[in-house]
Design a protein around this ligand. Structure first.
Ligand code: GLC
Length: 417
């Protein structure tokens, strides 16, 4: 009996050894890569995509790490990491405005040999353009963004076409007690504010640059900024917008507090979730235009996939990028995460359209979204705009002064003085 027991124990021991060796070799075969993104919203779409990749892929295991929500905070993280030649992460999703800065600093890997011409033509041109710098491609479009106007379709029949009309309708509905506030946007001193003020400037016929010339100081730009100041001064937008970022504005709107909201399209699916107070009570429209403008403009945003040039696992990083940017993953991201695809074919998919019916009508607007100035110095331009736009909205300086300050500050990057 004792002998029998010993044999069973030995067999068990060998079985365990074989099992351990097997799993160790399996583990050893897998290349581990680290993938960073901003903090994820409650849809959990990115987490689910990473899990799917890990479940299906036998050679690569991805660890997903998240940073904070805002673009500015994420950029600070990468700038410090890259300055220290950090190779502890391989692949990340980066804001479209970082491409030229990161590329010219040598922080990201050029992807020309990976991202084929054919694939590029299957993608929306704006994001591909935004992923390019100095005749090379540095990122793969993942999802795009364009500023839009959300309006309460249960309270107004059609969206306003001009800011003037928006103010009139908002005042009327507020006076009638239908709603507390007319408009909510994200007016904190950060990148999201720059996006929105530029939308007002473009939508009023102004511009930031004309070729290489700084062209921001125009009556059109000053009037545009004044419109946003007026919205706060007239009490149409709550003063709290001065502290709001996208998610604060979304939650305020989702609670049924305002008639109109400026945000990115991701808010659509979150605000239509079960339990949302405004579920099926709002729609999306292009942003209004100003008195001197012909039509409203959405700012081009979006997040694209980049490889850390210090990464030791570029091949594996590329395989993961191919999965994330592929048709199926973009379809999932559009349906579950509400993110605007960069692959044209996803916009034609019936299942995607059933969840996001607004794609059909707004695709021309998404295609016409306007980029922020493309320059390795963009962070400095943005900082000048963030500070001065925010001071104008806070009533510290007037719009004309804010615009003149920005002109002076950004001229040093464009014109030799
Ligand atoms: C969105 C856009 C991004 C922009 C940011 C500003 O994430 O996709 O391009 O810079 O908002 O808050």
């Amino acid at each position: 009996m004792a002998r029998g027991k010993l044999i069973s124990l030995l067999l068990l021991f060998f079985a365990m050894l074989v099992f351990m060796a097997g799993s160790a070799s399996q583990k050893g075969e897998k290349t581990e890569i680290v993938f960073y993104t901003p903090a994820e919203d409650s849809s959990g779409a990115i987490r689910q995509l990473v899990n799917k990749f890990n479940a299906e892929n036998r050679e690569i295991r991805v660890e997903h790490r998240t940073l904070s929500w805002g673009s500015d905070d994420c950029r600070n993280f990468y700038v410090s990491a890259f300055s220290a030649r950090d190779n502890s992460f391989d692949v990340f999703s980066g804001d479209i405005i970082w491409v030229s800065e990161f590329a010219s600093a040598g922080w990201i890997e050029p992807l020309d040999s990976y991202f084929s011409e054919a694939e590029r033509t299957d993608s929306l041109p704006g994001p591909v353009e935004g992923c390019s710098f100095a005749d090379r491609i540095w990122a793969v479009p993942w999802f795009t963004d364009s500023g839009v106007l959300f309006y309460r379709s249960d309270l107004v029949e059609k969206p306003p076409r001009s800011w003037e009309e928006l103010i009139t309708v908002a005042r009327e509905k507020m006076a009638g007690g239908a709603i507390k506030y007319g408009y909510v946007f994200h007016g904190n001193q950060y990148e999201g504010l720059v996006c929105h003020v530029l939308e007002l400037i473009w939508g009023n016929g102004g511009q930031i640059l004309a070729g290489d010339r700084v062209a921001i100081n125009s009556p059109e730009a000053i009037t545009a900024l004044q419109i946003l100041v007026d919205l706060i001064d007239l009490g149409i937008a709550p003063e709290e917008v001065l502290w709001y970022q996208e998610e604060d504005a979304r939650l305020f709107y989702q609670d049924g507090n305002a008639l109109f909201l400026r945000n990115w399209p991701y808010a659509w699916s979150l605000m239509n979730k079960e339990g949302s107070k405004i579920r099926n009570k709002f729609k999306l429209a292009p942003l209004p235009c100003g008195p001197q403008g012909a039509k409203g403009s959405g700012c081009l945003g979006g997040w694209n996939l980049m490889i850390n040039s210090q990464s030791k696992h570029k091949e594996a990083a590329w395989q993961f990028i191919q999965f994330l940017a592929g048709f199926d993953a973009q379809k999932f991201h559009a349906m579950v995460g509400g993110r605007l695809p960069t692959r044209i074919a996803v916009y034609r998919d019936e299942e995607v359209l059933a969840v996001n019916p607004y794609y059909e009508e707004l695709l021309p607007n998404f295609l016409a979204a306007r980029p922020r100035p493309v320059s390795p110095y963009y962070p400095a331009l943005s900082e000048a705009m963030q500070i001065n736009f925010h001071q104008a909205l806070s009533g510290i300086i007037d719009p004309a002064e804010a615009i003149a300050n920005i002109e002076r500050e950004i001229k040093q990057y464009y014109e030799d003085e």
